[in-house]
Design a protein around this ligand. Structure first.
Ligand SMILES: Nc1ncnc2c1ncn2[C@@H]1O[C@H](COP(=O)(O)OP(=O)(O)OP(=O)(O)O)[C@@H](O)[C@H]1O
Ligand SMILES: [Mg+2]
Length: 349
């Protein structure tokens, strides 16, 4: 069984006179053995027919001998594309060697921003794109722990640029390997801005499709220097189902909007735990946080990432789940997120 064959099957299904592949309704397809996983991305105008289309796809794939898992998502209309202009009217800067700059943010601490940033970067790289990760959290850089970078060094090249660490298929710069663990970090204001500036602009990123930035919690200094000074192509906002996360996250969304940075959508992390024995979902942190946020902001919920031991053990071991366990519940969700981001960013640029 091949993805090609599944694709041919999908091409035989037409909606409104066009087959669903040429109409652009196929979000992603992956085939392993006889299992075919299909994500459909449908326009809002097809919302009423979505379930019918989903079952038609499932039926046709079954007839062709596949074991299909088909889900659909209603595509939100893309935010209008703007040329970002800085506070004094100049165009914001681009980082040398970086095509698209994405930020993962929250406003709320401990919701899994760094986990999302690391795994999104790794999952984008698995899809064949060139990806870098910049850990902008000076006070609590956790990327070095999540990626097992202890003992790694950032070297300076002959032309005085920083050479990022390469691991799990991505290029990484984090303050975690630049600042020794026992050094108190008392950088403030101007110094922080300068450190950022140098690291971002003077790293030999070397022709990246994406640079993912892991922003620290809150809406403080580093958010502003990044958001005001550089042309951010999109922000991804991470939240948990808990209502307590809402207000802070909403503030972060508003902050981006004020700075005219397109927010690509919401990621609901720790959305549920699915029991591997009986498949039952347990909503340990409540339900509905991301949906509520989506209703208020009009932003789409991109993906719901389950809580699982693969993500947490991977974090402790310094191995991202999207690298080591792409088939685990959280691994799959991160890969789905990367696929959505890739489509979204490409369609809005
Ligand atoms: N889906 C998940 N399943 C299991 N554990 C998770 C999941 N997401 C995050 N975690 C765990 O939760 C903890 C917090 O995650 P992380 O450090 O990514 O959060 P953060 O929002 O970046 O925190 P901070 O605000 O301190 O920067 C980590 O120990 C991480 O391993
Ligand atoms: Mg973090």
């Amino acid at each position: 069984m091949s993805a090609r064959k599944a694709l041919d099957v999908l091409k035989t299904i037409s909606v409104g006179g066009k087959d669903i592949v040429s109409a652009g309704y196929l979000g992603s397809i992956s085939v392993e053995g006889d299992e075919a996983e299909v994500i459909l991305l449908l326009p809002p105008s097809l919302q009423g027919q979505a379930e019918g289309i989903r079952t038609a796809v499932e039926k046709r794939l079954t007839e062709a001998g596949f074991k299909p898992h088909v889900v659909y998502r209603i595509r939100q209309s893309a935010p209008p594309l703007r040329v970002n202009v800085g506070p004094v009217g100049q165009t914001k800067r681009r980082i040398p060697g970086v095509k698209r700059l994405l930020a993962v943010a929250s406003g709320k601490g401990g919701v899994g921003k760094s986990t999302v940033a690391v795994n999104l970067a790794v999952a984008l790289a698995r899809m064949g794109t060139r990806v870098g990760l910049f850990d902008a959290d000076i006070y609590g850089p956790s990327v070095s722990v999540l990626m097992g970078l202890e003992g790694e060094r950032v070297y300076v090249t002959k032309d005085k640029r920083f050479k990022p660490i390469e691991k799990f298929g991505i290029k990484v710069i984090t303050f975690g390997v630049l600042v020794k663990e026992d050094t108190p970090i008392l950088w403030r204001g101007a110094m922080l801005h300068k450190a950022y500036e140098e690291l971002l602009m003077q790293t030999a990123w070397d022709d990246l499709d994406y640079l993912v930035v892991d922003l620290p919690p809150g809406t403080g200094d580093s958010h502003l220097s990044l958001a005001q000074g550089y042309q951010l192509d999109g922000a991804i906002v991470v939240t948990t189902p808990q209502a307590v996360a809402m207000a802070d996250v909403l503030r972060a969304v508003k902050g981006f909007e004020k700075l005219e940075i397109p927010v690509l959508g919401i990621v609901e992390n720790m959305a549920y735990f699915q029991c591997p024995e009986n498949g039952k979902r347990y909503f340990l942190f409540g339900r509905g946080g991301a949906d509520k946020l989506s209703k208020i902001t009009g932003l789409p919920v991109l993906v719901r990432i389950p809580l699982d031991e693969y993500a947490s053990n991977g974090a402790d071991a310094g191995i991202p789940v999207a690298h080591a366990y792409p088939e685990s519940p959280s691994g799959k969700a991160f890969i789905e997120l990367a696929e959505l981001i890739q489509r979204k960013v490409i369609s809005t640029l």
